[in-house]
Ligand binder design. Sequence first.
Ligand code: AHM
Ligand code: MG
Length: 347
Amino acid sequence: MPKVRFMTLARHIIEGEKKHPEATGELSKLLSDLSLAAKAISLEVNKAGLADILGFTGNSNVHGEQVKKLDMFAHDLIFRAMDHGGHLCVMASEEEEDIIHIPSQHKLGKYVLLFDPLDGSSNIDANISIGTIFSIYRRITPEDKPGTLEDCLQQGINQVAAGYIVYGSSTIFVYSAGEGVHGFTLDPSFGEFLLSHEYIKIPKKSKIYSINEGNYLYWHPGLKKYIKYLQEEDAKTDRPYSSRYVGSMVADIHRSLLYGGIFMYPSDYRHPQGKLRLMYECNPMSFIIEAAGGMATNGKQRILEIQPKSLHEKTPIFIGSEEDVKMVGEFMAKEEVNSEIYLSSKS
Ligand code: AHM
Ligand code: MG
C-alpha cells in the first residue's frame, strides 16, 4: 500500500509554526477557529436545498445588495467562532458597514480579521460553488486597547495570512501564511480537512480567461482588444484561449490557481471601480495568487500595494498567471485614453 501522509489542517498549521520558534501559537489557534467555522458553514451550504434557509431576508447589505439568509448565517457564525479566542483585536466583514469590536468580556489579541462570509451567494439557489474569503493582519495600534479602523485599513502586503474556503463538489480550505499555498479537502465522513494540494504553483502562462463578457460594451478599449486577441487563432502562442466564468470569484480563482488562468473584474462605463472589494476579496485573493507565483493588479498597480481609504472600497482586478496579467496591462497601457473618451467608448 502506498505511504500516504495523514496531514490534517490543524497538524499542518502547527508544524508550520514549529519552523518559527518565536511564534506564540496565536495565529495557529486563529486559523483553527476559522476552520471550525468553515466546517459549520460547509454543512449548512450542503443542506441549503433542503433547509428552509433559501430566499431573501428582505434586508440589504452596505452595498445595497439583497442579502440571503446563508450570508447572514455565515457572517454570524464566523463572528461567534472568532470573538472569544483572544487572538483578535477587531474584525470587519463584507456584510457589516463598520468595524466589528471584540466583546468587552473577551481578551484582546494582536491580530485583525477581515472576511467575506459567503462570496458569490447569488449562486446558492442554483447549487453553484460559493466561498468564504479571509484576510489576517497584525494590529498596528497599541495592544492594550480595542482595535480600530486604522488596524483594518492596511495595505495587502501587510497580510500575515489569507485564504478561502470553496464549497463546491467538495469543500476545500486553501491558505497561505507566507510559505507556499496549501489546500485541504474536507472529509465529510469524519469532519477533518486533509492535505490534498501542497505548495500549489500557478502556471506562468495559461489558456483560460475568465470575465463577465456581458459587460463588453462598457470596457476600456485596451481590454476589448486584449479579449479579441485571446480569441484569435495562433498555434505559436497557443490561441485561442478558452473562456470560463462561474460568476463566483472563489470558484473562478480556485480553478485559475490549479489550471492557470486570468480572472478579471475590470472597471467599466457603469462601474468605474469594478465590483469587487479590495479588503474582503481582492487583497486576500492577491496574497494567495502571489504566494503561488502569480500576479494581481488593478490594470496599473499591484493590488497588494493599494493604500485603502475605506473598508468597503472597490477596485478593478486582473489576477492569475503572471504572463497573462502582464499582457492585459500592456494592452490597456497602449490604449491609454482620457477618461471621457473611455466613458463614451462603446464600440
Ligand atoms: P458578492 O460579494 O455579492 O457575492 O459578489 C461577488 C461576486 C464574485 O464572486 C463574482 O466574481 C462576481 O460577483 C460576479 O459578478 P457579475 O455577476 O457582475 O459577473
Ligand atoms: Mg463578496
